[in-house]
Design a protein around this ligand. Structure first.
Ligand SMILES: [Fe+2]
Ligand SMILES: [Fe+2]
Length: 221
């Protein structure tokens, strides 16, 4: 697999591909029901949705490190946000980048490899939990890997998507991401790490995870 140089990433950001133009045309003729659904979900474009979530994730790491009675709650919120965020990117954003951007295949493969690495660390952190030995060390390890990954997404992928596809299509993708996150799994699952497994597993694992979350909240209160 070829590697994506910084120069190639910049080229990608400035020269939308033919596929990108085709996608933009498709968005302009999107059916009325999907435009209505998009408006109902806020009409926020996908890059703004994901960049805002990156900020929340960075803040979430700081909150989850704080000592005190709120640590468990902050930890659970961070795990949930990371799980739904990455699930939506894997299922709905990287596949579009792969199809639409020049060098998209290499770019998406690099992001997926980073997400796979982060998921392994997240699973270890999940099992350690906020009361376990080595929690802060593991939390910091995940924070470093996730922050580096998020910065690369913003620099190499999001900027390129913003230039390559139309605003209506970006907004539709934003709605798709929000909708997917509403039923996505709320904890990391090792084998759920690409478009197909996310789309297949979400309707099953999402409700199961949410039921387990509710049970745990009830037993903790
Ligand atoms: Fe990601
Ligand atoms: Fe991300």
């Amino acid at each position: 697999m070829g590697t994506l140089t910084k120069q190639a990433a910049l080229k990608t950001a400035t020269k939308p591909s033919l596929a990108g133009k085709a996608t933009a045309r498709t968005a302009a003729t999107a059916p009325a029901w999907s435009r209505r659904a998009m408006r109902a979900l806020g009409g926020e474009n996908v890059v703004d949705v994901l960049t805002r979530q990156h900020r929340q994730i960075r803040l979430g790491f700081l909150r989850a490190a704080l000592p005190g009675p709120w640590r468990r709650r902050n930890f659970d919120r961070l795990m949930r946000l990371l799980a739904v965020h990455e699930a939506a990117e894997e299922a709905h954003v990287h596949p579009v980048a792969r199809r639409v951007l020049r060098h998209g295949r290499e770019l998406a493969a690099r992001r997926r490899a980073e997400e796979k690495q982060a998921k392994e660390l997240l699973i270890a952190l999940w099992h350690t939990g906020p009361d376990g030995a080595g929690y802060l060390r593991r939390l910091n390890e995940v924070r470093r890997v996730v922050s580096r990954h998020a910065a690369r997404e913003e620099r190499e992928e999001f900027q390129a998507l913003r230039k390559a596809i139309s605003l209506p299509r970006l907004r539709m993708l934003g709605a798709e991401v929000k909708f997917a996150q509403a039923y996505a799994p709320t904890r990391p699952h090792r084998w759920v790490n690409n478009e197909a497994t996310n789309k297949l597993a979400a309707p099953i694992l999402g409700p199961v995870d949410r039921a387990l979350d509710a049970l745990r909240r009830r037993s903790a209160s």
